[in-house]
Ligand binder design. Structure first.
Ligand SMILES: Nc1ncnc2c1ncn2[C@@H]1O[C@H](COP(=O)(O)OP(=O)(O)OP(=O)(O)O)[C@@H](O)[C@H]1O
Length: 282
């Protein structure tokens, strides 16, 4: 559906060089610290910024060859952009109807009603959660094949986040759709995404199916003595702690069987990201 091949973008003091693929039927997560390059990837993929190299393909076409119809098949949520606050949902309905040939007015209004969004209140007076919900409903309103969601749950409380995640899941129930999503709350991505890319300083440092990451990655805690005796063949990062070492492995079962007395913690996305960035490579 969407493919980035060695996409490069340079800013003063920052460079992006990244490849990733969004497959049909997949929800793909992009996780990284502040400033890692998530928004830059999204903007590059959408052609909102010029890139310095590499290839971008959407629907098996070069980005520059996309037609207006193709572009309608992409729904977008940007964290830092929205609609004029002086519009109401009723105003927005008219705009969206003119903007998208496939705008589903009934579905849009239905979702707004279900989400308790008032139709005649100015959007600037919506709460953060209401604005986030509206942005997502708009992105979904024209039945796009690809959704690109940059931090759609940022700033939301736990219930509002859950509600948005449900919307996203239900969107995938119709076939031939794919979603690329970033979030600071990696817990959200663990339950939502089929695969995840971890990005650090403009480089993809890990790409795994989410199930594989959660099943096979683990954090082993050892004393200095235990560490010396440890078989290191499947340790991918180590981090010095006061008590000894925290080690990241992608062969959790190997260590659980070989060293049943050692403490093995589950590798959450956050833990894996932290160790991949802060840990020492062996
Ligand atoms: N227009 C720009 N001019 C100069 N530098 C930029 C510009 N846009 C982004 N950058 C830099 O590119 C890097 C990546 O920024 P980006 O916004 O893509 O990160 P991010 O992963 O989305 O971060 P966050 O999670 O904080 O939103 C940062 O160092 C940022 O300062």
């Amino acid at each position: 559906m969407l493919k980035l091949e060695n996409v490069q973008k340079r800013y003063d003091g920052y460079s992006l060089d990244c490849s990733l693929e969004l497959r049909t039927g997949y929800i793909t997560g992009l996780v990284g610290l502040n400033g890692a390059g998530k928004t830059t990837i999204f903007k590059s993929a959408l052609g909102l910024i010029s890139v310095d190299g590499g290839g971008i393909q959407i629907f098996n076409k070069e980005l520059k060859d996309l037609t207006a119809e193709d572009r309608e098949e992409i729904g977008v949520v940007h964290y830092d952009s929205g609609f004029s606050g002086y519009l109401t949902i009723s105003n927005l309905t008219v705009i969206l109807k003119n903007l998208y040939k496939k705008f589903d007015k009934e579905g849009f209004e239905q979702k707004c009603k279900e989400g308790n969004l008032p139709f005649n209140k100015m959007i600037k007076n919506f709460s953060t959660g209401m604005k986030a919900k509206l942005k997502l409903i708009v992105a979904m309103s024209h039945h796009a094949k690809i959704l690109i969601l940059d931090e759609p749950t940022a700033g939301l409380d736990v219930i509002a986040r859950d509600e948005l995640l449900d919307y996203i899941r239900s969107y995938m129930q119709e076939g031939d759709r794919s979603i690329l999503i970033s979030s600071h709350i990696s817990k959200d991505l663990e339950t939502l995404c089929d695969d995840v890319y971890l990005i650090d300083q403009g480089r993809i440092i890990l790409h795994e199916e989410t199930d594989v990451l959660l099943d096979r990655y683990g954090l082993l805690k050892t004393t200095n003595e235990q560490y010396k005796e440890l078989d290191h063949q499947h340790i991918i990062r180590r981090y010095k702690e006061a008590y000894g070492y925290r080690c990241l492995t992608d062969h959790k079962d190997f260590y659980v069987h070989k060293y049943p007395d050692l403490v093995m913690e589950k590798g959450t996305i956050d833990e894996v990201l932290t160790l991949m960035i802060r840990g020492e490579r062996l």
